[in-house]
Write a new protein. Structure first.
Lengths: 81, 375
């Protein structure tokens, strides 16, 4: 579990609330899986495997989606503890 | 608790007063059984007509009429309608109400307000000193008392700058022309001094709290504004984790030994996470009803503090540990531990602008008799 995990309220609908800043955003099912795995401390290869299993997509597609999402997190300033 | 409470600030327009929110929060308090008496400056203060809000409404003279005239009117009101607790809620009237405190108390009217010294210390003119005492950042600010000093003042800070009135209003000026326009508008409403303040880029938080007068905080609701009106008033917001903000405002409250309601506007600078105090208002904010929705009913907590009702009466919320005291500053009383109730994070509110039908006989009663008696 990452330290920042407690900072977020993550709803099954895809609504994510940053309880420290009050900002909120929504993600689709792919983003939700990545975000939850990320908060739980998952490393990119593990999350990639999880995406392939869950959505029956190739490793290339999963890696592309994962990289894009992690880039978004970095832009939002929530990529690190 | 069977007490009759008078509340001001019933304007509910684009720049609303806190009165309606305070009353709604009090009415949500499970222990409250008394009457609510609205005190209005004008018969068109629209919260007068909100169903279920005020049992009685009386018109009172504007602060510009002086505190003697206010006292005379309040004395008349109390003769026919006893008031146990008075909650003035507008910046511009607080000075008069505080000065009248001892005389009102003789009439049986209680208040829970800062003293005049506290009120002056938190004024925009003295915030820099408060921040220095409390070791909190304060944006560089220039006080301007004439138009010929305006551009030089802004140049010393660099554009953009905030242009602020001494009581209310803040406008962002990006250019010398915008500065001139904003300053003229604010001067026409509030006069001099005008304050020019550097812009701190980051996240802004609004915090409502009640100080116990001994450096402690009874309760605190911290939120981030999600949408603003054209006058930069909160038109929606979400409560946030308040541990970091609580540390900041606790220093301020301890420094001032603040008694009564307060709203603090705090900025967390994006570049380094440093907290800056932007403004301290000596009253509840207009969004105070949200404190009830977030499990920390601050007007209710104030009633509990004054009248000794059970703590559970104000709903959920969290306890944020015992309040600590610091030496020095303006604190005068001995240290004493008191836990602070804080709001639940992740609660949200939106404000609604809607029409209220005003029975003509009620409007007529206020205009002709200066009072409206419903029960």
């Amino acid at each position: 579990m990452r330290k920042i995990a407690k900072r977020f309220m993550v709803k099954d609908s895809g609504l994510i609330i940053d309880l420290v800043t009050g900002r909120n955003f929504t993600v689709n099912a792919t983003g939700l899986l990545i975000f939850r795995d990320f908060l739980e401390g998952g490393e990119p290869p593990e999350i990639q495997d999880h995406l392939c299993r869950e959505f029956k997509v190739s490793r290339d597609v999963a890696r592309r989606d994962l990289d894009e999402f992690l880039l978004d997190l970095r832009v939002l300033g929530i990529d690190e503890d | 608790m069977k007490i009759d409470i008078a509340v001001t600030g019933l304007i509910a327009s684009e720049s609303p007063g806190p009165g309606a929110g305070i009353i709604r929060a009090i009415r949500e308090h499970p222990g409250f059984e008394g009457r609510i008496i609205g005190l209005a400056y004008d018969a068109k203060e629209s919260a007068i007509y909100l169903p279920g809000l005020c049992d009685r409404v009386y018109l009172i003279p504007y602060p510009s009429a002086g505190h003697e005239s206010l006292f005379e009117r309040l004395r008349q009101i109390v003769e026919t309608c006893p008031i146990d607790l008075m909650i003035p809620s507008l910046d511009s009237e607080l000075d008069s109400f505080i000065r009248l405190g001892p005389r009102l108390e003789k009439l049986g009217v209680r208040m829970f307000l800062p003293g005049l010294e506290m009120l002056e210390a938190r004024s925009k003119k003295h915030l820099a000193e408060v921040c220095a005492d409390a070791r909190i950042g304060y944006p560089r600010t220039v006080e301007v008392n004439s138009f010929d000093k305006l551009q030089a003042g802004a140049a010393s800070l660099g554009f953009p700058v905030y242009v602020k009135g001494i009581f209310y209003e803040a406008e962002l000026a990006r250019t010398p022309a915008e500065l001139e326009k904003s300053a003229e508008g604010i001067f026409s409403r509030w006069g001099f001094p005008i304050l020019l303040q550097e812009v701190v880029a980051g996240e802004e938080f609004d915090i409502a709290l009640v100080g116990d007068g001994e450096g402690g905080i009874l309760g605190l609701t911290a939120m981030r504004k999600m949408q603003l009106s054209s006058k930069n008033k909160a038109w929606g917001g979400m409560t946030v984790e308040s541990a970091g903000l609580l540390k900041v405002v606790r220093k301020i409250v301890q420094t001032l030994a603040w008694r009564g309601p307060m709203e603090a506007e705090i900025m967390r600078r994006a570049s380094d996470g440093k907290f800056f105090l932007i403004e301290l208002n000596p009253r509840f904010p207009a969004w105070i009803y949200f404190s009830h929705g977030a499990g920390c009913n601050l007007p209710g907590l104030m009633l509990d503090h004054l009248y000794g009702s059970g703590e559970s009466a104000v709903g959920g919320g969290n306890r944020a540990g015992a309040a600590r005291r610091v030496a020095g500053g303006r604190r005068k009383s001995a240290p004493r531990a008191r836990p602070t109730r804080v709001a639940e994070p992740g609660r949200m509110f939106l404000r609604v602008a809607t029409d209220v039908i005003c029975p003509l006989e009620e409007y007529e009663s206020l205009l002709t008799r200066g009072e409206l008696i419903r029960r």
